[in-house]
Design a protein around this ligand. Structure first.
Ligand code: NDP
Length: 329
């Protein structure tokens, strides 16, 4: 038994949530094979949904969000992990209905854990976090669909966000011509510095949503926002182009028609980073630690547990930029 600090979200009488930092004991953590001392976590949009009482993410409160965690094994009842091993955990039920990484300790099934990839420190792994893993999965899925540098511009929507900004950086590093779409006028320079060759406004992308088809523009796209914007992207893919769809900040629904699919043969590709088999996650982390290793220092800000509630407000308001690393130790 040992005490540790955790972000603690409770439901309040006004129908919202109250967030505080509390002291918990490892004996109160859920059952699981491996107890981990968490060094770093990271803030993702889904964590903000969990912290604000979204029942689609977290059914029961009180709760500790945090879908990402990286740290050191304290106790293990399985042979694959030993005290002192450095591990990372992203997705599955962590931070959803299992107390998550916004705490100095987590206890999880061994089947959710990966040994830290050799080419990444625990800190670097959490600078990437679920957002970085998802950006990589999007690019991987596009490449498996035949997308290559030189075919034309690749659009990234929600480009200043966690997934979007890592996607811009990764695509540019791989030699793609990247066009970044953002709602943040003030961040165009940041996007250009990450390697985007042009920046367009979210409003420009949203135009002409009533038309069945739009001018062919993008060889491919990483869409982190969903909603009607996503279908405008589908309608402006070049012949045979593909869009990887992973997010919902602009909405969960869109009005669709079949024309882009049957007249231009475009592909709408779904990306999930949560329930992905561990071996696939491992191969993507290995890639991110070697040939797809990124310098994300321009994108990171580090917060403590105490600074996290303000960062949660910011990401919920669509105002966050880049990646927010949470330092637990
Ligand atoms: P962030 O909040 O960091 O980024 C989202 C970005 O979307 C914002 O920065 C903003 O970018 C844009 N945005 C915000 N509000 C709106 C709006 N109303 N309309 C259009 N664009 C908007 O979130 P993450 O990067 O952590 O996650 C992005 C999305 O991907 C989320 O929906 C998240 O749930 C999803 N996700 C899915 C995963 C999966 O496995 N499928 C894994 C990880 C994330 P800008 O101002 O530049 O336009």
């Amino acid at each position: 038994m040992s005490a540790f600090k955790a972000l603690w979200v409770t439901e309040n009488s006004e129908g919202g949530t109250t967030i505080e930092i509390t002291e918990r004991d490892s004996s109160a953590l859920p059952a699981g094979e491996v107890l981990v001392q968490v060094s770093y976590s990271s803030l993702n949009y889904k964590d903000a949904l969990s912290a604000s009482g979204n029942k689609g993410v977290t059914r029961n409160y009180p709760h500790t969000p945090g879908i990402d965690a990286a740290g050191t094994v304290l106790e293990s009842s399985v042979a694959e992990f030993n005290p002192g091993d450095e591990v990372i955990c992203t997705g599955y039920d962590l931070g959803m209905n299992t107390c998550g990484g916004f705490a100095q300790q987590i206890r999880v099934p061994a089947a959710w854990l990966l040994k830290r990839p050799q080419g990444l420190s625990l800190r670097e792994a959490m600078v990437l976090g679920t957002a970085g893993l998802t950006a990589a999965l999007c690019v991987d899925k596009l490449e498996k669909a035949g997308v290559e540098p030189g075919q034309g511009p690749v659009l990234v929507t929600g480009a200043t966000g966690g997934v979007g900004s890592v996607a811009v950086k990764l695509l540019a590093q791989l030699g793609y011509e990247v066009v970044a779409a953002t709602g943040k006028e003030a961040e165009h320079e940041l996007l250009l510095s990450l390697g985007a060759s042009a920046v367009i406004s979210r409003a420009e992308l949203a135009a002409n949503a009533n038309k069945p088809m739009l001018k062919e523009q993008w060889a491919a796209a990483v869409d982190t926002v969903g909603g009607e914007l996503l279908f405008n992207v589908v309608k402006s893919l070049k012949y045979g182009g593909s869009v990887a769809c992973c997010g919902l900040t602009a909405g969960t629904n869109f009005n669709a028609n079949v024309f882009p699919f049957i007249l231009r043969g475009v592909n709408l590709l779904g990306v999930d980073s949560v329930e992905l088999p561990l071996v696939v996650k491992a191969s993507m982390w290995d890639k991110l630690s070697l040939q797809w290793k990124l310098d994300l220092s321009a994108l990171v800000r580090e917060v403590s547990l105490h600074e996290l509630p303000a960062a949660i407000e910011q990401i919920l308001a669509g105002q966050a930029t880049g990646r927010t690393l949470v330092k637990l130790r």
